[in-house]
Design a protein around this ligand. Sequence first.
Ligand code: PTJ
Length: 263
Amino acid sequence: MAEGANPASQPESDQTDAETTLDSHPRRESLLIRERLVEGVRSGITSEHGLIAHGRGEAFDYLIGERTREFAETAIRAAVGTLLLAERPIISVNGNAAALASRDLVRLSEVTGARLEINLFHHSEERVSAIEQHLVKFGGTNILRPSKDAVISTLSTDRRYVNPEGIAIADVIFVPLEDGDRCAALRATGKSVITVDLNPLSRTSRDASITIVDNIVRAVRRMVKRATELRGVENDPLLVADVKQYDHAEILQAAEKALRTGL
Ligand code: PTJ
């Protein structure tokens, strides 16, 4: 939280007014998440393309039972361990992540010491500013913006512009809801990439170092909980084991099996 910031002035959650009208609906959670995305588009945080990306994610979430599965829990433990053990960790935020999980992303940043950096596929300065203000509303500080001073040369999209103090020099990057090209480009520069993606078959899921196949809303909340438990005990053998024993291929296989068989 910013020095001098008044916690009382921060919203209790990312919830919008529209969410309160869905209290008795059987698919309440899923509809509430949708509402946040729609509100994100209205307020200039999320791109219209983000709604389509979310629809795809929803279909996968339905198939995995809209709950955090064991393969995701394992990946979450490895992800948190990797962030806590990193020297220069960064959390990359796009329009969907900001609309759905700003509060928990800010908390994760505080607990792990990873700075927040905004990086957009459909870039505009207005949207970067809207996301920055949204993160600040939840207590985010020292938020990094994309800059033309540092470029991932193998990328052709606007995602190539990164911050020289952030993604450019990071050893570990948490990039929820990523597009495949950037994940591969970041890995090619030797960085560890942690992602959240409900589709275990996507290029991002395959190319990342650690993939959490879960809804970002549930996953980041659990990451905060785990990181809070482990903060300050970075050499805890359990934490080190979580990272060392993580088997990326095995986790993706388990997630794919869950999708195909419901098991
Ligand atoms: O804000 P911008 O301009 O940076 O754009 C962000 C999006 C997400 C629109 C952009 O990165 C994009 O087009 O992403 P893709 O290539 O559609 O990939 C998004 C992936 O996230 C897909 O594999 C979806 O299944 C997955 N996904 C969507 N919603 C969720 C999700 N995974 C976890 N939680 C979700 N809520």
